[in-house]
Design a binder for this molecule. Structure first.
Ligand code: G3P
Length: 219
């Protein structure tokens, strides 16, 4: 299972990459604009920096809704670095643009996937990745992870090479659910990565071991 981090925050990416298990980064216009506001940097410079910090695919999203606009934005974004992956929204125009962008050997992450049919269309268009948003489905009382499970089954039925990125992860249980069904990738916010390390029994265990060791340390 690959771990991506879902953020554009350079400090978070640095800290997560130092943990040694980061396989990629996903950004979106919300996350990137937050980092631009925080640092005052140019959005493309933020993306360039991320690409230098992490070797795997770095998703950068287009904001145009027209095919030509998406393709032009993709061309510009892909000059930033070799590992840029173009994030394209799931629309009819997005599907058309995905075909053109992937024909130029550029990776595409088709985003805002909320149904099996949308994932199927993205795979047929040649998307490298699809991003079902599980947290946003949970928000409207649909079981987000069930969608991922169905998409995995369909992709396996036809041996589609498209990989599934479980997105809109909100808590550690989402990561467990994604791992249990064998999802290819989870893109995880920094605060959830931090929570994944935590267990109260680990803290209590360390505390007790150290306290016991202290008893003999000065003997
Ligand atoms: O990866 C998609 C993610 O950034 C959206 O997350 O929490 O805004 O639904 P959220």
């Amino acid at each position: 299972m690959k771990f991506f981090i879902d953020t554009a925050n350079l400090d978070e990416i640095k800290e997560a990459s130092e943990l040694g298990f980061l396989d990629g980064v996903t950004t979106n216009p919300t996350l990137l604009s937050r980092e631009v506001e925080r640092t005052g940097m140019d959005p493309n410079d933020v993306l360039k920096k991320i690409c230098e910090m992490v070797e795997g695919p770095i998703s950068a999203e287009v904001v145009s809704l027209e095919v030509d606009g998406m393709v032009k934005e993709a061309e510009k974004l892909s000059t930033i670095a070799k590992n840029i992956c173009i994030k394209v929204p799931m629309t009819k125009n997005g599907v058309k643009a995905t075909r053109t962008i992937t024909e130029k050997e550029t990776m595409v992450n088709m985003t805002l996937i909320f149904s099996v049919n949308q994932a199927l269309l993205a795979a047929k268009a040649g998307a490298t990745f699809v991003s079902p948003f599980i947290g946003r489905l949970d928000d409207i009382a649909h079981i987000g992870i069930d969608l991922v499970s169905d998409i995995m089954d369909v992709f396996e039925n036809y041996a589609f090479p498209t990989e599934v990125i479980v997105a809109s992860i909100r808590h550690p249980l989402h990561v467990v659910e994604a791992a249990l069904i064998g999802a290819h990738i989870a893109t995880i916010p920094f605060k959830v990565i931090e929570k994944m390390f935590k267990h109260p029994l680990t803290d209590i265990g360390i505390e007790r071991f150290l306290a016991d060791w202290k008893k003999i340390a000065n003997k």
